[in-house]
Design a protein around this ligand. Structure first.
Ligand SMILES: [Zn+2]
Ligand SMILES: [Zn+2]
Length: 93
């Protein structure tokens, strides 16, 4: 079962193209919307994250956040609030 899953997943990756430029192969995924991205600087935005990890945003998410004038720190808070709102909504149902 695991073997089948791994094989189909890698086949999926082989033909997957960057969600922004639609030409380069996917190397990373957006930390917000999970779109596949290449490492081209016009496609992805890279931010330093905790424990020497990187936080990636696709150009679409970056533009969306930029339009709303939310900076990187506020983005993390925004995600936290959003997650909590979803949990609260589930409880009220
Ligand atoms: Zn790209
Ligand atoms: Zn995105």
């Amino acid at each position: 079962m695991n073997d089948t899953y791994t094989r189909s997943f890698s086949l999926e990756c082989d033909k997957e193209k960057c969600n922004e430029c639609k030409s380069n192969l996917v190397f990373i995924s957006c930390n917000k919307c999970a779109s596949g991205l290449c490492l081209n600087h016009s496609c992805c935005w890279e931010f330093p994250h905790y424990y020497n990890t990187q936080y990636y945003l696709c150009n679409t998410c970056y533009t969306y956040i930029d339009n709303k004038l939310i900076n990187y720190d506020q983005l993390l808070i925004y995600n936290f609030i959003k997650q909590n709102t979803i949990i609260k909504r589930r409880h009220s149902c």
